[in-house]
Design a protein around this ligand. Structure first.
Ligand code: EPZ
Length: 426
């Protein structure tokens, strides 16, 4: 298995450009199923999860052209003749279930493998299915697959609009229900909807196809079903989690670092928390920021992860690395996933002093971390191990980096570009 070898302690300087957002791209690719024509997506990140979603779309019969060099994907759903997302792809990437809403809305049926849990939690999809049921669909689970369908009347109408109250502002459920509602008959209202910027990217994309969606970015989204949607040409938003990751790299071991396409307002709570710690961030404009080495000692902080606009759970492992070398006691509470501290044992092997108490990590800052062989348990935990290696004294070997490849484009190249000593070995 591929590994990263990192010689830590280097002071980093230079410019980093943020790529397109993984957690928007995957949904736009699924949503392209809804169009009667071809869709072109631009600023698509070159990451493993995008390759998996290409495989899912091709399995359905969609034709997909990938221009890696120019970060462009062309999707033509005309040839769809299969409505099944197979286990081997869903197991690889649970976001494959996001083809369910579009297939149900356009073809009236979908068969998708029940996505297993993952290292950070059980990852239920009950809210997705409840939304589909409330729009008239029926489903049953058999042999590890969810079979969902809607009886269509003589003029082909399938799903019907309804008022859907989400028990939790689930991003995936919000996205799947929005996509299902686009071609449903009548109006659908989603209350307690997720509000992440990626949801707004999806609704802007769908509206550019001819959908009629209002309220994205709020917890009350209204979708007026239309008869059909057209292909479109759309540029994916920058990746907020990658931006937050590189902002933390700069806070850990940066001297002068400029981050292009940070779109910092999309992660404002995170940005403000870094400033509260004492990271020396200055805003260049709405897209770009710079971080200079801070002359003052960092201060401990308390963090609670919450759905947007709260502190993003995906940056919880990332900021925890910074807190391991911040003098004093910091407390990080994980409220979104039930098991997102598995990486802490690996940080403690590098000399960190973190104690887990249920959903809470109590972090006592230490002078420095020391390099060690560590494992990546999931995408963001793997990135956190790399950041710890950059800050640590000596050499760190990060294994299972396939997790990291799922969501960070050219991660080691971008880090080397600002002076990090990181290389990949097999
Ligand atoms: C998205 O996952 C992201 N993935 C995750 O990013 C992110 O951590 C998560 O949102 C929270 O922000 C993608 O966008 C591809 P949820 P998603 O539905 O949609 C529970 C990364 O590193 N829940 O908001 O699956 C669920 O169990 C990944 O890029 C139900 O109980 O998140 C979880 O505890 C990791 N029933 C919580 O809600 C449901 O039907 C958040 O889930 C759905 C969710």
């Amino acid at each position: 298995m591929e590994k990263f070898i990192i010689n830590g302690g280097k002071i980093l300087s230079g410019k980093v450009k943020i790529s397109g957002a993984k957690n928007s791209t995957l949904k736009l690719m699924a949503a392209s199923i809804l169009a009667d024509g071809k869709t072109t997506l631009r600023n698509v990140p070159g990451i493993e999860d995008v390759n998996t979603m290409v495989d899912v779309l091709r399995t359905l019969g969609t034709s997909v052209k990938v221009d890696t060099k120019n970060k462009v994907i062309e999707i033509d759903p005309k040839g769809i003749d299969c409505y099944e997302a197979p286990y081997e792809l869903v197991r690889k990437m649970r976001a494959s279930i996001l083809v369910a809403g579009p297939l149900l809305s356009k073809f009236g049926e979908v068969r998708v493998a029940v996505p297993g849990g993952c290292n950070i939690g059980s990852r239920q999809i009950d809210l997705h299915l409840k939304g589909f049921e409330e729009m008239g669909a029926k489903y049953f689970v058999e042999h590890g697959y969810i079979n969902c369908h809607i009886k269509r009347d003589k003029n082909g109408t399938g799903l019907s609009g309804n008022i859907i109250n989400l028990d939790f502002p689930s991003r995936g459920a919000t996205e799947n229900i929005i996509m299902a509602a686009c071609l449903a008959s009548g109006e659908t209202i989603i209350n307690n909807a997720a509000r992440e910027p990626e949801i707004s990217d999806l609704t802007s994309f769908l509206n550019s196809m001819g959908a009629e969606i209002q309220g994205s970015g709020t917890d009350h989204i209204v979708i007026n079903g239309v008869a059909n949607l057209n292909g479109t040409d759309y540029e994916v938003m920058p990746d907020s989690i990658e931006a937050g990751t590189f902002m933390t790299v700069a806070g850990l071991c940066g001297d002068k670092i400029e981050i292009e396409n940070a779109r910092w307002k999309n992660l404002e709570v995170f940005y403000l928390k870094l400033k509260e710690i004492g990271v020396n961030i200055s805003i260049i404009d709405e897209n770009n920021i710079r971080i200079d080495r801070s002359q003052k000692a960092y201060k401990p902080v308390n963090i609670s992860t919450l759905p947007f606009p709260g502190f993003p759970t995906d940056l919880q492992p990332i900021i925890t690395v910074l807190l391991t070398i911040t003098p004093g006691i910091s407390i990080v509470t994980e409220n979104v996933f039930e098991n997102r501290f598995m990486y802490v044992d690996e940080l403690n092997r590098m000399g960190a002093n973190i104690k887990i108490d249920g959903h809470r990590a109590v972090i006592k800052g230490v002078g420095k971390l020391s390099g060690a062989p560590v494992r990546s348990f999931d995408l963001r935990a793997g990135a956190a191990m790399v950041l710890a290696g950059l800050a640590a004294e000596g050499s760190t070997e990060v294994s299972d980096i396939n997790h990291i490849r799922r969501g960070y484009e050219d991660f080691e190249e971008k880090l080397r570009g600002i002076g990090a000593d990181i290389r990949k070995i097999n």
